[in-house]
Design a protein around this ligand. Structure first.
Ligand code: 3HC
Ligand code: NAI
Length: 707
């Protein structure tokens, strides 16, 4: 028998176990093993039925995604799962799929080819392929509507979100939920159905509905996909595949699906999203902090400062079930902070995200305090007081006195030097940056800033903790702005330059929204508050090199009190619902300021707007990479996707540059260098990669191999 699939007997029931760690992906060999096991049980007269179950933590997480990379890079087509699934369905004896953990993608497709499905109530099932830029490719778009109806099947295939086993049972996708031992329950179920005619999913047409009933379902699904998954092609293709199958015999429906699947798989969007899938897992791997590094259990936490960030961070701990004390300077500040937390939770209940019971429980985990008394009991503190070195140092000196040895002292600073903050303590090895993004309870990104002396245990703990907190932790070095904000500077600088050179404010934002970004750079400035950058620029003005062009429009807007949304005026005008409209006064002012500064005005295309802004990110990203402040190009990509609304289907700025071709990107940057001067000096690493015909992805591979 195949190494990854084994067959055993429980008296008259065969047990086929898929054992391909870590997630039982259907890698080469596994489908063949299942097929052989089905043959074996069919040829054994003492066997009446079979149970298929996964070893380890899950049923089957889907096709092996690594195989897709091999296929698209070599162009070679590989065997599909379709024949195996027909083989199972045609088995003369019933096959019961026993699901725990996940039945995702090809895993759910496999399960649907069984005659029955039983599941642990904690299991999840789904067709998440669209998240990889593809669609179900082994009959998922054809069998799922037959089991749960067209509307729900379209939703699951197009949105890619899993559902719980309970919901699946209510929909008819799962035949029985099993509490207690899954295998035992599945075998008992198999005995109940043995000898009876076994239903084949592909022959069940009763839930398919008529064309007239289905038309509005497809139309609504397309509308939703265009709005909620803007720019992504796979959801629309998944809807096409379900629709194609409804009017066709099953096998032709599968052929239509297979054709659409292959088109998606070979697309740039799918390659980018697969890069993101592995990238999100790659960032957790730190070459000099191996998996075995001991971690500090974080069972109790504290947050200092209950403002915008501190309140959100306290919610993050509470949501993960970790009790947290929240400290501020006085009753008034604390009441304000707790008030915001309650309001945030109330709106989550209103929107149906959390139940009142869940929220009450979380609120009980947050204890507002005014002193450090409780701090001796916590395992980790996150400081989120006002941004200012002197204050941070005072707070850290206080934490050094109040916290037990071994506790982690983290700062949420967005601009300050972690090493200098650490110097205020007697234990710099315990100090690290945990840079959450606003709103902290929503944004997935967590930049973990490694100080010179941060210990490996502290780094490993924060990386591991980020997952528990529902965040994606990316380790970055201690430079000004760290990785994300350091790159964001040149990006927003170019957006301003473009306006100063003649582009309309809305045209700049629109070009980048059409590129796929969640928001344009100028609207983002208004949202965050233009004054934030203005204050930082004033503080660092003495570091600017003389003679180098600096943008001025935002500073002037700030001087006029136009800080953005908070003052209802910034780049745009805002109504009481924070809806933006363009402001002719801003256009006129910028034209005048530009004329005074002698900046020639010209028509600027959307393509140039995108190149200027996105290549500014890429060029700075390349510097960061070369200087070692990011471990890999993919780390930069993951930061931009999760913290800055960069479109996942473009894979992140560095992957996007690879897709365009580094020679072209480099040439364009050289043009900008000539036209706009020093700020556009190409990063040496970019030049080197372009000249040697390499990509950032190849740089990552070589770099990791060398580490
Ligand atoms: N193929 C190859 N490797 C996979 C994989 C897959 N389908 N799913 C997970 N892995 C790998 C991960 O890369 C990771 O490897 P690493 O340890 O070397 O970094 C390891 O398995 C463990 O994965 P996670 O860290 O993600 O483990 P979790 O326990 O956090 O999550 C999971 C488990 C929920 C199953 C999650 O891995 C997941 O969502 N996997 C992908 C599911 C998916 O998209 N399936 C559809 C595949 S496409 C398909 O099936 C097409 C079909 O229609 C023909
Ligand atoms: P904020 O002004 O909303 O809140 C700061 C809070 O700290 C206030 O409640 C204040 O009373 C409290 N505080 C001040 N001194 C204190 C002390 N000695 N002890 C206890 N509490 C004290 O500030 P915000 O925006 O939450 O920022 C906090 C930190 O997070 C800053 O370092 C900032 O740079 C960083 N940050 C902010 C982001 C944002 O978007 N606002 C994003 C990422 C990081």
């Amino acid at each position: 028998m195949n190494n990854n699939v084994r067959i055993s007997k429980d008296n008259d029931v065969a047990v086929i176990t898929i054992d391909n760690p870590p997630v039982n992906a259907l890698s080469p060999g596994v489908p063949e093993g299942i097929s052989a096991a089905i043959d074996e049980m069919n040829s054994d007269p003492s066997i009446k039925a079979a149970v298929v179950i996964g070893a380890g933590r899950t049923f089957v997480a889907g096709a092996d995604i690594k195989e897709f990379i091999k296929m698209t890079s070599s162009g070679a087509r590989r065997a599909t799962l379709l024949p195996l699934l027909l083989h199972i369905e045609d088995s003369g004896k019933p096959v019961i799929m026993a699901i725990h953990g996940n039945a995702f993608g090809g895993g759910l497709e496999l399960a649907m080819a069984g005659h029955y499905r039983v599941a642990a109530s904690t299991a999840q099932v789904g067709q998440p392929e669209v998240n990889l830029g593809i669609i179900p490719g082994a009959g998922g778009t054809q069998r799922l509507p037959r089991l749960i109806g067209v509307a729900k099947a379209v939703q699951m295939c197009a949105e890619g979100k899993p559902i719980s086993a309970r919901e699946a049972a209510a929909l008819g996708l799962i035949d029985r939920l099993i509490d207690g031992d899954l295998l035992e329950g599945a075998v008992a179920f198999a005995r109940e159905v043995a000898g009876k005619p076994a239903p084949k999913t592909r022959e069940r047409n009763e839930k398919l509905g008529t064309a007239a009933e289905n038309a509005p379902i497809f139309a609504a699904a397309r509308d939703t996909a265009r709005k909620k998954q803007r720019g992504l092609k796979a959801p629309l293709v998944a809807i096409d595949a379900v629709e194609a199958g409804i009017g066709l015999p099953f096998d032709q429906g599968c052929q239509a699906e297979a054709k659409l699947f292959t088109e998606c798989l070979f697309s740039d969007q799918s390659k980018a999203l697969i890069h993101v899938f592995f990238g999100e897992r790659e960032v957790a791997k730190i070459p000099d902090v191996p998996k075995e590094t001991p971690v500090i259990p974080v069972n109790r936490a504290a947050v200092v400062g209950s403002g915008t960030m501190g309140g959100g961070i306290a919610m993050v701990f509470a949501n993960a079930g970790i009790p947290v004390v929240l400290k501020d300077v006085d009753e008034a500040a604390l009441d304000l902070g707790m008030g915001k937390i309650r309001k945030n939770y109330a709106s989550s209940v209103q929107r149906g995200r959390f139940t009142q019971e869940f929220v009450d429980e979380r609120l009980r985990l947050i204890t507002p305090v005014l002193t450090y008394d409780e701090f001796s009991r916590v395992d980790m503190v996150v400081e989120a007081v006002f941004e200012g070195m002197a204050l941070k140092k005072t707070v850290f000196a206080g934490l050094d006195r109040a916290c037990r040895r071994g506790a982690i002292l983290a700062s949420n600073t967005s601009t300050l030097n972690i090493d200098e903050i650490a110097s205020a303590t007697s234990r710099p090895e315990a100090v690290i940056g945990t840079h959450f993004f606003s709103p902290a309870n929503v944004m997935r990104l967590l930049e973990i800033v490694r100080g010179k002396k941060s210990s490996k245990e502290v780094v490993a703990t924060c990386m591991q903790l980020s997952k528990k907190l529902g965040k994606i932790g990316v380790l970055v070095g201690n430079c000004r702005g760290f990785v994300g904000n350091r790159m964001f500077g040149p990006y927003r600088r170019e957006a301003q330059f473009l306006v100063e050179e003649g582009a309309e404010v809305a045209a700049v934002d629109q070009a980048l929204v059409e590129f796929g970004n969640a928001m344009g750079p100028l609207a983002t400035g208004d949202l965050a508050g233009l004054d934030v950058g203005w204050r930082i620029r004033k503080e660092y003005r003495h570091l600017e090199k003389p003679g180098i062009r600096q943008p001025f429009a935002e500073d002037r807007l700030c001087e006029m009190g136009r800080y953005g949304q908070k003052t209802v005026r910034g780049w745009y005008l805002y109504d009481e619902n924070r809806r933006a409209s363009t402001d002719p006064e801003v256009s006129a002012l910028v034209r005048k300021w530009s004329a005074d500064a002698g900046i020639a005005q010209r028509q600027i295309s959307a393509a140039e707007i995108v190149d200027r802004c996105i290549y500014a990110l890429v060029n700075e990203g390349a510097r960061i990479l070369e200087e070692g402040y990011a471990l890999r190009a993919v780390d930069i990509d993951i930061i931009y996707l999760n913290g800055y609304g960069f479109p996942a289907y473009r894979g992140g700025p560095m992957w996007y540059a690879d897709t365009v071709g580094l020679q072209s990107v480099y040439r364009r940057i050289c043009e900008f260098h000539q036209q706009h001067g020093e700020l556009w000096a190409p990063a040496p690493l970019l030049q080197q990669l372009a000249e040697t015909g390499k990509t950032f992805a190849e740089f990552d591979k070589e770099h990791v191999a060398a580490a």
